[in-house]
Design a protein around this ligand. Structure first.
Ligand code: ATP
Length: 154
């Protein structure tokens, strides 16, 4: 069976305490997560295929830049979660693995590529509702918990 590997990021902004701004950050204390609407109709995080010999973090920086225009994302140490699913492409069954990191941006402005048909910045509960697949919802829950538990590490 064909296999595919992608890497992506749960991107957030406006954390109570920011990895980018340190303790001086004065925000509205409302963390928001970035979701993209794929052409196929589903809502998910920014992600893309890992190219040969490419490091996961480099895939993520490349794909996030292509798909959202964001160039300032900062990876948060200690978060890495994988999901697996199968899908059919032209009658062929493909087994796919996606690894997700957690990343912060200070920018809100998104510039979509042709690959996506919409985006939303949403607080946790609304993002959870909007995400199409359960495995991605589980990733968001883990990411939100991670941020709550590890704010002191940021
Ligand atoms: P990538 O962003 O990695 O380049 P892509 O845009 O080519 O990916 P996917 O987002 O993986 O493609 O979508 C391919 C198919 O898999 C779609 O039919 C979609 O419905 C399905 N799919 C996408 N994400 C999931 C998921 N988390 N769980 C189950 N099925 C999914």
């Amino acid at each position: 069976m064909e296999k595919e590997s992608s890497a992506g990021a749960v991107i957030f902004r406006n954390a109570q305490k920011s990895a980018i701004f340190g303790t001086n950050y004065v925000g509205n204390n409302k963390t928001q997560y970035l979701l993209l609407r794929y052409e196929a109709g589903h809502w998910d995080f920014s992600k893309g295929n890992i190219e040969k010999n490419e490091k996961e973090e480099d895939t993520i920086k490349r794909e996030v830049k292509e798909e959202t225009g964001l160039e300032d994302i900062k990876m948060i140490n200690g978060f890495k979660e994988k999901i697996n699913y199968f899908y059919k492409l032209n009658g062929r069954l493909i087994s796919k693995e996606v690894v997700f990191y957690l990343a912060e941006t200070k920018k809100a402005k998104i510039k979509l590529s042709f690959e996506h048909i919409g985006y939303k910045w949403l607080p946790f509960e609304e993002a959870l509702e909007k995400l199409t697949f359960k495995n991605s919802k589980d990733i968001l829950k883990k990411a939100d918990n991670f941020l709550k538990k590890n704010l002191s590490l940021l």
